[in-house]
Design a protein around this ligand. Structure first.
Ligand code: SAH
Length: 369
């Protein structure tokens, strides 16, 4: 194969070639662990080639609105967890969220991601009203990231018009998961993901990389779980240590591993949307975005939370540092895309081949749940 001649090492080439069809855990660990630059270079170049083949050159932008930092959970790694001291709590009203979405739409965005802590004030009905209000603005894809909810509420969100749902499984190691997320289980999390898929959402998961106690083997399991769940979006970023939680891996390791997981995700899951995450840009403000976009990523999620609330959604330290003016950031992304010879897409950015909404609705009644 002419386009693989740059891979000098036959063993690496054989392992790379197997990732798309039948990824072996051992091969994933090999790429996660290798200290050899020829191996990682080959991995990144192959991931970039696969990105072009499966999802093309467009960089999709999704506007994210963080509408509440109230949370009933106490996840040990999170800066807006219930018990984290000193957090100024805020909650946008339903109409403020719709107005913020309208401002994003006015800037040309066609996908809006609504994220919050697990905030009981936002009942199923309130979230449905928010979704309906935004769907009323035009052909806008609405993504929800509001945590674990009963299946009936997920269905109501879908019926209200929500298109996508993000719920990261955080780590596929059940013990690590249970230790970091008091009162929660990996099993319940994965059940939610299966439920969301069955309902008809384009479904996204993700993990944090470099958590204290996380192993390369468990990261390989994360990638295999992404494949098994046949996800439509996968967001993986480095863990950014929060005060009071063990620091875990070094920053350099967390950054390097995040790129490797990203590239492996591209090769293993092929046409999934993979963002260059804000957490990665927090570790490496200058270069991470360009590197991620050439190592498998094809999505960026600019933060369109109204400025008066933005600084309070600090799930990890220094997150706010990289958040800049909406228009300036757009200009910066356009310049970056041009530099990489890629284009910006402001379309809905559905997963390639995803049925149009009406087709999903037609099948919906027949779905076995
Ligand atoms: N409550 C919602 C949204 C959670 S915040 C939900 O459960 O889906 C979104 C994501 O931020 C989390 O899923 C987690 O992966 C990430 N996150 C939280 N704390 C972090 C930290 N300290 N470093 C890096 N990422 C973090």
């Amino acid at each position: 194969m002419a386009n693989r001649t740059y891979i000098s090492d036959a063993d690496t080439a054989r392992r790379l070639a197997g990732l798309g069809n039948s990824p072996a855990r051992e091969d994933l660990v090999y790429f996660l662990a290798s200290r050899d630059a020829t191996v990682t270079d080959a991995l990144y170049r192959e991931a970039d080639r696969a990105r072009r083949q499966w999802v093309g050159d467009e960089i999709h932008l999704r506007a994210i609105i963080e509408f509440s930092n109230h949370c009933r959970r106490d996840c040990r790694y999170c800066g807006i967890r219930r018990g984290f001291p000193g957090v100024t709590r805020y909650r946008m009203t339903v109409s403020e969220v719709i107005d913020a979405a309208a401002a994003a739409v006015a800037m040309g965005y066609r996908t809006v991601v609504l994220q919050s802590g697990e905030d009981g004030w936002f009942t199923g009905d309130r979230i449905c009203r928010m979704v309906e209000g935004i769907k009323g603005l035009g052909d806008i894809a609405v993504t929800l990231a509001v945590g674990e909810r009963p299946a009936a509420e997920y269905r109501a969100f879908f019926d209200a018009g929500a298109d996508r749902y993000l719920l990261k499984h955080e780590t596929a190691d059940p013990e690590l998961y249970a230790g970091l997320n008091p009162g929660m289980t990996l099993e319940a999390r994965v059940d939610c993901l299966r439920e969301l898929k069955a309902i008809g959402f384009q479904t996204g998961s993700g993990i944090m990389i470099g958590l204290p106690g996380q192993t390369l083997e468990s990261l390989a399991d994360d990638i295999l779980l992404f494949r098994e769940l046949d996800l439509d979006m996968i967001g993986c970023g480095p863990y950014i240590p929060v005060a009071g939680c063990p620091t875990g891996w070094s920053a350099a390791d967390r950054e390097e591993l995040s790129f490797r997981v990203l590239a492996l995700n591209r090769l293993v899951t092929r046409d999934t949307h993979l963002p260059s995450t804000t957490a990665l840009s927090t570790l490496n403000e200058n270069d991470a975005r360009a590197l991620a976009l050439t190592r498998g990523a094809n999505v960026i999620m600019p933060n369109l939370t109204p400025e008066r609330f933005r600084r309070f959604y600090e799930i990890y330290p220094s997150k706010k540092r990289i958040e800049v003016d909406n228009l300036a950031f757009r200009t910066e992304l356009e310049a970056l895309a041009a530099r990489l010879g890629r284009g910006i897409s402001l379309g809905r950015g559905d997963r390639p081949g995803w049925p149009v909404r009406s087709e999903v609705d037609k099948q919906y009644g027949e779905r076995p749940i």
